[in-house]
Structures are given as C-alpha cells and as structure tokens.
Design a protein around this ligand. Structure first.
Ligand SMILES: Cc1cc2nc3c(=O)[nH]c(=O)nc-3n(C[C@H](O)[C@H](O)[C@H](O)COP(=O)(O)OP(=O)(O)OC[C@H]3O[C@@H](n4cnc5c(N)ncnc54)[C@H](O)[C@@H]3O)c2cc1C
Length: 435
C-alpha cells in the first residue's frame, strides 16, 4: 500500500522503516529537515530508559499548582497568559495521576513501549549504518541521601511492580564510578538495561536517509488534512498539494493535534516545552547518563558535549523561548560537576528549546482515527518518545497492516478522550481489574 508518514522525528522515522519492512510504499511528509532542531527528537535528554513509566501527573500534584504559576523558573511552570487555553488539559492532567492505582495503570501501559528500547534502537541504528550512536551503558539515578530516594518510594515501587530492576550504589562505589560528580550525592542506583543515544538529531537524520535509500519518497512540506471518501482515505492534503495514499500515519509530534482534528478526533495534546544546555569539550562530565534527584534533568555526554536537558513549561507552540530556563540547567550543570569552570566561554555553550508532545495521562495516542481507520495515530509520547518511538512505530505499522500486533493498542486509543477524566479512569480500572 501507499502509506504517507506525516512527520519525521524519531516516531515518524521509525514508522517509515517499519512500514517499509512490511513491504509498503512510503512517502514521508515533513516540513523541516529530518532530525532538525524543530523536532523534540533533536534536543531531548538522550535517555533510552526502560524505567520511564511514571507519568508527570502524581497524587497531590494539584496542591503544587499555585507554586508552579508563581515561580517562572521552577522545574514546571505555566505562563499565566496561556492558562485559560491550557486549563482543560490541566484538569485532565491532574486527574490522570491522582491516585497510585491510576499511576500504576499508566506505568503498566507505558512499560511495553520502553521495555526493550535499547535493543530496538540498536537494530534500527545498525541497519542505518550508525550503530555506534546507541550505547547500552546503563543509566544512573543519584540522590544526596538514601532518604531522598525513599521519598520517591511510590515511583520506584511502581517501577519495580512493572518489572524494572536496579542496583543500589553506596557512597564509595558511587564516588569510584563517577569521580566528576559533586560530593553531595551520596547514594545512587543503576538501571543496567538502560542506554542512551549520543546524537539523537544525527540518528533520526540517518534513519530517514536509510528509508530514502530503500525507496521512500520525502516531500518537504506540511500536511494539513485528508481527502476521505466513503470512509476510505484517498489522499493527504499538504501545502504542496495532494499526495495520493491508501493509508497515513500521523507522527507530527506536538503538531499532531490539528491533523487529528482533521481526522475526526479532538485530542487534548499540549506541548510541554523543554530546554537543554550543551557544553562543548567539558572539563568534567559523567561516565554514565545521570539523573540527579534534585534537578531531575537528564545529563548525558553526547558527541557535541555535555547535555543537560529538562524543565517543563506550559506556554504553547508559539511563545518565544524563555532562555533563562536553559540558564537554570547550566547552573545545575555547574552544581553537579564541580570540575566545570564557572566561566565557560559562551561559544562553547548552546541552548535549545523544544516541544514534548504531551497528553494529560502521559500515554501516547496510537490507533485508528475516527473519520477513517486508514489513518493511524502515533503521537503524544511526551517525556518518553525517544525511548518509546520504535515500539510505538512497530505497533502503528501492525495496525496499518491489519495482522498480528506486538501489543494491545487499547490503552493508547484516542477514544479515551471522548470520555470525561473520571469516566476514563473507571474504564481503565475495569480493563485492569483494579481500582
Ligand atoms: C527537553 C526534553 C528532554 C527529553 N528527554 C527525553 C529522553 O531523555 N528520553 C526520551 O525517551 N524522550 C525524551 N524527550 C521526549 C522526546 O524527545 C519526544 O517524546 C520525542 O522526540 C517525540 O518524537 P516525535 O517524532 O513524536 O516528535 P518530534 O521529534 O517533535 O517530530 C515531529 C516532526 O513533525 C514535523 N511536523 C510538524 N508539523 C507537521 C505537519 N503539519 N506535517 C508533517 N510534519 C509536521 C516537525 O517538523 C517534526 O520534525 C525529551 C523531550 C524534551 C523536550
């Protein structure tokens, strides 16, 4: 079949390759350069984390909302001016993780998307000739004290419940393994099955090049809608005219909302804007990718240098970046690796802002569109899209092909947003037999 893939971040790039593997004729529709800075897939924290199963929404989070509004440089902020537009999403967001049972159900649905993420990425990267960009070194979480880890007991209890294993490191072992790390961190844990990508932008670009080398057509334009007749897709409408297609995959990350609307579904998709700072030739750096419990920023050594990625800003797709937020990440870098000089020349520092495509419950949207089952959604991966992209892409290809599926797509259906948050929670509980 002729399949149009709309968007070529990691999700679209992986979908294009999975569809080719199934023998389809693929056209990639993407307005930007594949792997370019416009995509979240370019500037993320590089983590391929099998433990990324805990949604941002947590029990009691609503109590912190006033603080988030008040502190423009806190780890999660909302711009006042954007609040009215974000409110419906925010209400669903707070409801999604309001109890431990809800968080567990989300974790159970996320885990199959990330459980074997390193192996999936390695296979894709090797086929594209860039196997060296994927490393299975493990991932390290560090805390000032063991009690700080215990304070996050619910998250780790749920990670353990869905099958994640880790090794605890005492102060001496941590010191030996990560000599550059500030001494205030005295406790750590390693997730050995985790890994990272040393250059996500170059990686995505290589996957798209590989798809093109295998015969995919790439059209540099934006998709805008669909021509559907009798419930069957005829063509994708783009800024450059129509592209005839029997099937389409919507994988346009944070820009997918308008395309989903054109395909019949109102999906509450927000951008959780994030930032990174990258320091070229760092004087001090971690050996493993590190997540400090206090900054909650993903630290990783990339081909470009030391990258610190994180922060959540709810301010929409259009607002200008607030670069002070990236400066906060720079301060985290200096506080985490004391061997970095205080006066790093600015030409060695690069700042980036990008858009996490985020649903309120932290689960992606994967499944058929309401207007036509020929259109399959594959977007909304929020904080886990690099890790979860390949498995999601495989599931989307399975749904296009109509045969066996790697996993049950029910938890990711767009239809969940047709119910009110509490109705959806009851439906999910019934699916899982839990409350
Ligand atoms: C600061 C930060 C840190 C992160 N850290 C991690 C991490 O460590 N690990 C992890 O797993 N995830 C992480 N993420 C999340 C991850 O980066 C995203 O979930 C993932 O990149 C989303 O991929 P995507 O392909 O859906 O979207 P994108 O990568 O954003 O790609 C979407 C593409 O669609 C294109 N597009 C836009 N409009 C149209 C249109 N009309 N038609 C066609 N195409 C269109 C865009 O140009 C873009 O190229 C992080 C994100 C951020 C911002």
């Amino acid at each position: 079949m002729r399949v149009a893939v709309l968007g070529s971040g990691i999700v679209g790039a992986a979908a294009a390759l999975e569809l080719q593997r199934d023998g389809h004729e693929v056209t990639i529709v993407e307005p930007g350069p594949p792997g370019g800075e416009q995509a979240a897939s370019f500037g993320n924290g590089c983590w391929l984390s099998p433990g990324s199963v805990i949604p941002m929404s947590a029990p009691g989070l609503w109590r912190k909302v006033p603080g988030y509004l008040a502190d423009p440089l806190g780890p999660l902020t909302m711009r006042w001016s954007y609040l009215p537009r974000a409110l419906p999403w925010l209400i669903r967001f707070l409801a999604a993780g309001a109890t431990e049972g809800r968080v567990l159900r989300i974790a159970q649905a996320l885990r199959p998307l990330v459980v074997d993420c390193v192996a999936r990425h390695r296979a894709l990267a090797e086929a594209a000739g860039v196997g060296e960009l994927i490393r299975q070194t493990g991932l390290l979480y560090v805390f000032p004290e063991r009690s700080d880890f215990i304070a996050e007991a619910m998250s780790w209890r749920i990670r353990a419940a869905v099958g994640l294993r880790w090794i605890e490191l005492d102060e001496d072992t941590l010191r030996q393994r990560e000599p550059a790390l500030d001494r205030r961190y005295r406790f750590g844990l390693v997730v050995e099955e985790g890994g990272h990508c040393t250059d996500p932008g170059a990686y995505v670009a290589a996957l798209v090049r590989h798809a093109e080398a295998q015969g995919a057509r790439r059209v540099q334009t934006a998709a805008r809608g669909f021509r559907i007749a009798g419930g069957r897709l005829q063509a994708v409408q783009t800024d450059a005219g129509e592209i005839a297609a029997e099937r389409a995959v919507i994988a346009a990350g944070a820009w997918s909302r308008a395309l989903a609307r054109a395909a019949g579904d109102g999906v509450p998709l927000q951008t959780e804007r994030g930032y990174h700072v990258s320091i070229a030739n760092p004087e001090a750096a971690p050996r493993l990718p590190i997540m400090p419990g206090d900054s909650k920023a993903a630290n990783a050594l990339t081909r470009e240098g030391l990258r610190i990625a994180g922060q959540v800003e709810i301010a929409g797709l259009e607002a200008a970046p607030n670069w002070q937020r990236a400066e906060v990440l720079l301060r985290h870098a200096l506080a985490t690796y004391p061997g970095l000089p205080r006066d790093i020349p600015r030409e060695r520092i690069r700042l980036w802002m990008g858009h996490r495509p985020s649903t309120p419950d932290g689960l992606p949207v994967i499944g058929p569109a309401r207007a036509s089952a020929d259109i399959v959604y594959c977007f909304g991966h929020g904080h886990i899209g690099l890790a979860g992209g390949p498995a999601s892409a495989r599931l989307a290809a399975d749904l296009i092909g109509g045969g066996a599926r790697i996993l049950d797509p029910a938890p990711y259906a767009a239809a969940r947003f047709r119910r009110l948050p509490w109705q959806e929670n009851a439906a999910a509980a019934a699916r899982h037999g839990t409350r």
